[in-house]
Each structure stands twice: as C-alpha cells, then as structure tokens.
Design a protein. Structure first.
Lengths: 109, 109
C-alpha cells in the first residue's frame, strides 16, 4: 500500500505502457484514487459519462480536459482542480508525453 | 473561488497570522478543504476528535501529526497521506515555520 502520492510508481508508468489507477481510500460514499498518465488520452469520439461525481486535481504534469458542453479544452497544470458532476460528458484530450501526469481523483456520491 | 491549490493564498498566510481553511467542494457526503498552516500547531494537551472521517495529504511544506494511540509523531512531507477515522484522537504537533504547509483534506461520512 502506497503512502506517498509522488513515489512508488507502478512499472507500467516507467514503460509508459498504460494509464494506472490505484485506490488510496475506499469507503461507502467515496473513493480516492491516484491516476498516472504518460501521454494517454481518451480514444477519439469517446466521452466519459459517470454515475458518480468526481473531483479531480492535477498534481504533476499537465493535461487537456474537455467537457462536451464547452467549446474549449481546459488546460490543467499542477494545482488546478475541477469538479465533474455525475452524467457530465467529458474526455481527456491529451496528457503530457514527456513525463508522468499525476491526478488525484475523488469519486463521490 | 480558487481553482488552483498552490496560488491565491489568503492574506493571513502572508502574515503568518493564522491557519486558513477554505472549502473547495461541499457536497452532502464530503467536504474538500485547503488548509494552509504557517507554523501553527494544536494547543498543548488538546486533541482533535471528529465525528466524520478525514483523509489528508500534505502537498507543500511539512508537519508532525500525532495519534493518541501511537507513541511516535508521524512526519509528513509532500505527497504523504493519512486516513484519520472518525473519533480517532489526533493533534498537529508542529508545521513548518519557514513557509506555508498546504494540506488537502477530504472530510467524509
């Protein structure tokens, strides 16, 4: 079990093979997760549409987050956070290809 | 409303007058909060004992967090996180006096 958000990356991160998702806390009403991206993005023409809400902050790296109802992609740098309501269609346009982008995501009901 | 955790500090932080608490998200089951400490600690012989649970991470600075049932103070550096169950008595022994310590706290039921 990791105890520091900025260390102990999964092997997939070093090899930039895949986005990784690790639960840091799981409770009845919330799940807190570390997501590490290494250049991945949401597949073309695909939107995430979740039943639960998600509050997310980028803590390292950078990413482009697009909401269907917004014309422009939001660019997120370390410290930038966004609340994504349930059923709000969104996608990750891009993540930094030069190094890990660390997200802290709080999924809640 | 702030949108970045590492900027737009309240005036009290610059003057090291007081610890500051700002809600970043308030929902029925959770509250996400930015706490900025500038050397403050819990008053002597005082313990926090909360009805709700709290997951907390230090993102800048450092702090000493003590649980009543543990002999040693836990030293938290950026990225270190701790889950504090409801009714678990704890106190902040110290926070970095040289600069702001930024905590992200998730209070949940």
């Amino acid at each position: 079990m990791i105890e520091n958000l900025f260390t102990h990356f999964p092997d997939a991160v070093a090899h930039q093979e895949a986005e990784t998702f690790e639960a840091l806390l799981t409770a009845p009403n919330i799940k807190i997760e570390r997501i590490i991206s290494t250049g991945q993005s949401t597949p073309p023409d695909t939107w995430y549409c979740q039943d639960e809400c998600e509050w997310v902050i980028v803590l390292q790296g950078s990413a482009g987050l697009r909401f269907e109802q917004e014309a422009q992609t939001r660019i997120l740098y370390p410290g930038d956070f966004v609340n994504i309501p349930a059923k709000c269609r969104h996608r990750v346009e891009w993540t930094d290809a030069k190094g890990p982008t660390i997200w802290l995501a709080v999924h809640y009901l």
